[in-house]
Design a protein around this ligand. Structure first.
Ligand code: UDP
Length: 373
């Protein structure tokens, strides 16, 4: 079969590879001049530091199959993300853990005491939190919410945490011990030569062709037996029902000589600091040594029609438009919608790869191919 995959990010590459190995010819197009989508990495010509050009990406998973898959395509170096946050004139450890709690409240609580203390601050009248704010008030109480989540989230999402789903905050744990590993997964690491090299390896198959700086044209689908779409879900339909909301990011670079902040990611919880975080990329490759240190202040704003979409917003009230697009997508027999943008979900890399492997499996296994979203 002739398969067209729109988007050369993780979804397109993984599905393309699975289908190519099964004997299908895969044409992968991408409008950008590089593969890898927003996982794209590139060495900085000035300092030699490996940059995550679209913001920090740390690989973490509990999925043994996905971990084995990425290790077949890249050499992974163990890496644990330890994020700090600057708030109200002090630096704290994230995710909220026993150190954060004791430092913030000036206490010396032990785990059980801290749990009881935070529980005493929680709003127990919220039985089933639906919004980000309800989730925060229910699980960390008002003080920690104000210091670490409210301002950051307003900057990151451009709206009140009352309008955002609880699922966004559920990404972050609260720990009653001193574990400050940002992620809880068993397998965590960084590809030694960056994500783009890993995706290049996935794409390295004689039945795969990649065309960069190539925009999708509906006529291309005529030559294909099936299309996998990893562009924006609403974009496939020409935004005919209206636009789903996305956040985009702006990065402001400065180069420091030495070590600027002592960690890869420093968040800024205060509302009056305009950036959400500063990423110092050389800390993502601690096995390398560079004197120059590129740092990026990150600003979030609503994506306009020409901006790169990063985060699907999924406002609580936006669900009905999404449902309509999902219905449209389901009616497309020849097209499968995949990935973060194609399914309009906040997906981590490991989930994206798992879903891509499963989608390819369903496609290859099913007589009637092409189950949408
Ligand atoms: N968040 C926050 N304060 C922080 C870090 C995260 O309020 O210091 C909230 C924010 O709404 C963010 C969400 O938690 O969008 C998920 O955080 P995560 O670190 O997973 O975001 P990502 O790295 O994917 O941008």
């Amino acid at each position: 079969m002739n398969i067209l995959l729109v988007g050369a990010g993780l979804s397109g590459a993984v599905i393309g590879r699975q289908l190519a190995e099964a004997g299908h010819d895969c044409r992968i197009i991408d409008s950008r001049p590089h593969i890898g989508g927003n996982c794209h990495t590139q060495r900085d010509p000035e300092t030699g530091v490996m940059l995550h050009l679209y913001g920090p990406h740390i690989f973490h998973t509990d999925d043994e199959g996905v971990w084995a898959y990425v290790n077949r395509h890249a050499d992974f170096v163990p890496f644990q993300n330890r994020v700090k946050t600057t708030s109200q004139g002090a630096v704290y450890s994230l995710p909220v853990n026993l150190h954060t709690i004791n430092q913030f409240f000036g206490t010396t609580l032990r785990p059980d005491e801290a749990r009881a203390f935070i529980e005493s601050k929680a709003d127990n009248s919220i039985a089933d939190p639906e919004t980000f704010e309800e989730q925060a008030l229910r699980f960390v109480g008002p003080e920690l919410y104000e210091a670490f989540f409210k301002g950051y989230t307003e900057k990151q999402w451009g709206c009140s945490p009352r309008e955002l789903p609880a699922s966004i905050l559920k990404r972050l744990p609260v720990r009653f011990n001193y574990d400050d590993n940002y992620f809880f997964h068993r397998f965590q690491g960084m590809p030694r030569d960056g994500y783009t090299a890993m995706i290049e390896d996935i794409l390295d198959h004689p039945r795969i062709t990649v065309e960069l700086e190539t925009s999708y044209d509906p006529a291309m689908a005529d030559d294909a037996d099936h299309v996998f779409w990893s562009g924006p879900l609403d974009g496939f339909f020409g935004y005919s029902l209206g636009r789903l909301g996305y956040r985009t990011l702006d990065f402001e670079r400065f180069t420091y000589q030495g070590d600027y902040q002592g960690c890869a990611v420093m968040n800024y919880g205060d509302r009056d600091v305009p950036w959400t975080r500063i990423t110092e990329h050389k800390h993502f490759s601690p096995w390398e040594s560079h004197e120059g240190s590129p740092c990026y202040r990150e600003y979030s704003r609503e994506a306009g029609p020409k901006d790169i979409p990063y985060y699907p917003i999924r406002l609580v009230e936006e669900k009905s438009l999404l449902t309509q697009y999902i219905d449209l997508a389901r009616s497309q027999e020849k097209v499968t919608f995949v990935g973060r943008l194609g399914t309009y979900r906040y997906l981590d890399m490991d989930v994206t790869i798992r879903e891509a492997l499963d989608t390819a499996g369903v496609f290859l296994g099913a007589e009637k191919a092409g189950t949408a979203v």
